[in-house]
Design a protein around this ligand. Structure first.
Ligand code: FMN
Length: 395
């Protein structure tokens, strides 16, 4: 079974691995790290931010294939890629092959470089109209949709799926073959069935099996939250790339951290309070510009919640922040919160926090995981070392 442990990742710290990039059709990405499509999250400001902080590609929120909705404010906004670094990827959702083909053509005319088909979304609203992951139940229909979309556009078409409809019907291998046979250029797989929703842990055995059975690039997705896990998933599944969703919420720098780890085998220090504040404030200004102030303030609340999660006094701050109605008040509250945090965290603690964990990882690697030997190398009592390893989650 595919189980990940920190130790598995840690053993490999220090390896110099080749930087890997992904090619989708003729489109070459700068690396193999992709932002997962998330309705209500991966709007243009968030996609642009993740790309600036290391992601090689970011998939838009899904847009409906139903042309009656194309003029709606929501669909127009979701399809807005103005000024975004290429490739611009639009995800389409629907169940009618001809409508899906129309939607693909429409979005390519509007500038999409890649069209992604959603067969992974478990939301009732989507599955009730037999779209998203509901389609996995009808393999003949999958073939017709994929075929129609691929024939409709010149740009590469990609597909996003789950491992199947439920645990008794894990048909990802057959769906992958259909995708390959009908011209899909890259297949992203979330390691859960539709029935699993987001429960339990993602599994990677099915992704590994699919990777072994098709020649098109396979992108592994589900529960990838750290550089170590990213490396482990790539190695375990043999996938060509990884896709990250929830772990990037409030942590867009995760792509920079993973990129660095995959290229060097060493970990970057976590961002300091000032950098988190600067990234967040920049993100807020982009949201206000994209949505307008009134809506922007409301969209921003969930992002502020994610950025500040786990920081000191953040629960109280979030409760108050959610009552503020203007951009000026929101920005002032954010500045106040981070100002207090900066004043509380002394420079000494900040530097120690930044360097201690990677240093311990290197020493543990040198000592081949033996704590007594590592303590001797550090000139430190073994109990002190054990406590420090626990503190940093390295035990
Ligand atoms: C808020 C939210 C919205 C999502 N919207 C979409 C979507 O529009 N299209 C899609 O294919 N998947 C969607 N997903 C699924 C993600 O792309 C991804 O497959 C899933 O979150 C597992 O990856 P993770 O563990 O890295 O988050 C969504 C997930 C979340 C949490």
């Amino acid at each position: 079974m595919s189980t990940f442990s920190v130790a598995a990742g840690r053993l490999r710290v220090g390896d110099e691995s080749e930087a890997t990039t992904l090619k989708i059709g003729s489109i070459q990405l700068k690396n193999n790290l992709i932002v997962a499509p998330m309705a209500g999250v991966t709007d243009r400001p968030f996609r642009s931010l993740c790309k600036r902080l290391g992601a090689g590609m970011a998939v838009s929120e899904m847009v409906a294939s139903n042309s009656l909705l194309w003029g709606s404010e929501k669909t127009v906004r979701r399809g807005n890629h103005e000024g975004e670094v290429e490739p611009k990827v639009i995800q389409i959702a629907g169940a009618d092959p001809e409508m899906m083909a129309e939607a693909a053509r429409y979005n390519v005319d509007k500038g999409a470089d890649i069209v992604d088909i959603n067969m992974g979304c478990p939301a009732k609203k989507i599955c009730n109209v037999f779209a998203g992951s509901a389609l996995l139940q009808d393999e003949a229909l999958v073939a017709r949709i994929v075929d129609a979309v691929v024939r409709a556009v010149e740009v590469p078409v990609t597909l996003k799926i789950r491992t199947g409809w439920n645990k008794d019907n894990r048909n990802a291998l057959r769906i992958a073959k259909i995708a390959e046979d009908h011209g899909i250029r890259s297949l992203a797989m979330h390691g859960r069935t539709r029935a699993c929703m987001y429960n339990g842990d993602a599994e990677y055995d099915t992704i590994r099996a699919v990777k072994g059975s098709v020649a098109i690039p396979v992108v592994a997705n589900g529960d990838i939250e750290t550089p170590e896990k990213a490396k482990w998933v790539l190695e375990y599944t043999g996938a060509d790339a990884i896709m990250i969703g929830r772990a990037a919420q409030g942590r867009p720098w995760i792509f920079r951290e993973i990129d660095h780890y995959l290229k060097t085998g060493t970990k970057l220090p976590p961002p300091g309070v000032e950098e988190i504040r600067d990234v967040l404030v920049g993100h807020l200004h982009d949201l206000y510009a994209f949505y307008g102030y009134e809506r922007g303030v409301r969209v921003a609340r969930k992002h502020i919640g994610w950025y500040t999660k786990g920081l000191k006094n953040s629960a109280v701050f979030r409760a108050r922040m959610n009552t503020l109605e203007s951009a000026d008040l929101q920005l002032a509250a954010v500045a106040g919160f981070f100002g207090e945090l900066s004043a509380q965290s002394g420079i000494y603690e900040m530097v120690v926090a930044a360097v201690e964990k990677p240093m311990l990882e290197v020493v543990m690697f040198q000592a081949q995981g033996n704590q007594t030997r590592a303590a001797r190398l550090l000139g430190m009592n073994r109990n002190t070392l054990r406590k420090k390893l626990q503190q940093h989650g390295l035990d």
